[in-house]
Design a protein around this ligand. Structure first.
Ligand SMILES: CC(C)=CCNc1ncnc2c1ncn2[C@@H]1O[C@H](COP(=O)(O)O)[C@@H](O)[C@H]1O
Length: 222
């Protein structure tokens, strides 16, 4: 019951959200780390392109993206998680809620956004990135660009996916190529823009359908 009500709360909180992009990344990046500034730039660039920014609402890269989004006057969403060591939502979140369950929260990230920008991070970031990739690979989610920012950080992972996963037949070449690696906010935005435009072209009613689906879900669960 608790799980169900958390899904409902999450769906209701974001039902009216327009086009949005998730930003995942390390909770541990310090504000003076250059990676923090990349997060700020990503948040700002997404808002300037017309997207709401959705993060885990915590510190580090999440805070950076929320800061950029908020400072650009956009919708800055934080889907927080209740943890034993309470950190709370960062101060740049304009729309926030806290989840008890990571898996509910992960569903909400992918369901209510049209793509993901992934900044360098640890297991939490990898979990979110692979969740999104699994849903795309299995076509549970379509037209969902995933862009990894920071070639030096991400190339070794993609290399391992090619050399080990692909060569042993555990993954398709297309799945590896789905992960676009870029450097910096401008390149990340260019890819998201291109992918979003392609999605709209493939299905011009895409955004409208996403909206309608969200409203249906909300009605079905209320
Ligand atoms: C300093 C610290 C560990 C704070 C934890 N506070 C957190 N607050 C919100 N989301 C989080 C937190 N830790 C991990 N996550 C989730 O996992 C990702 C970061 O995990 P990591 O630091 O890469 O592995 C984020 O995208 C976020 O969605």
């Amino acid at each position: 019951m608790r799980i169900q009500s958390e899904f409902i709360r999450g769906f209701s909180a974001l039902a009216e959200l327009g086009p949005a992009i998730s930003v995942f990344g390390s909770a541990r990046v310090a504000t003076d780390d250059p990676a923090y500034q990349v997060g700020v730039d990503v948040g700002r660039a997404l808002v300037e392109e017309g997207f709401a920014v959705v993060t885990g609402g915590g510190p580090g890269a999440m805070e950076a993206a929320n800061k950029g989004a908020r400072e650009a006057g956009g919708v800055s969403v934080g889907l927080g998680i209740e943890l034993p060591f309470e950190t709370g939502l960062n101060p740049y979140v304009t729309t926030g809620m806290n989840f008890r369950y990571f898996f509910v929260r992960k569903t909400v990230f992918v369901k209510y956004t049209q793509g993901a920008v992934v900044l360098p991070g640890g297991v939490g970031t990898l979990d979110e990135m692979f969740e999104a990739l699994t849903l795309v690979q299995t076509q549970k989610v379509n037209h969902y660009p995933i862009v990894l920012v920071g070639a030096d950080f991400w190339e070794p992972l993609r290399g391992w996916m090619r050399e080990t996963l692909l060569s042993r037949g555990m993954i398709a070449a297309a799945d590896v190529e789905r992960l676009r690696i870029v450097d910096g906010a401008d390149e990340a935005l260019a890819f998201i823009r291109e992918a979003h435009a392609a999605a709209l072209e493939a299905d011009p009613e895409d955004v409208a359908k996403v909206r309608a689906q969200q409203l249906n879900d909300q009605e079905a669960t209320s």
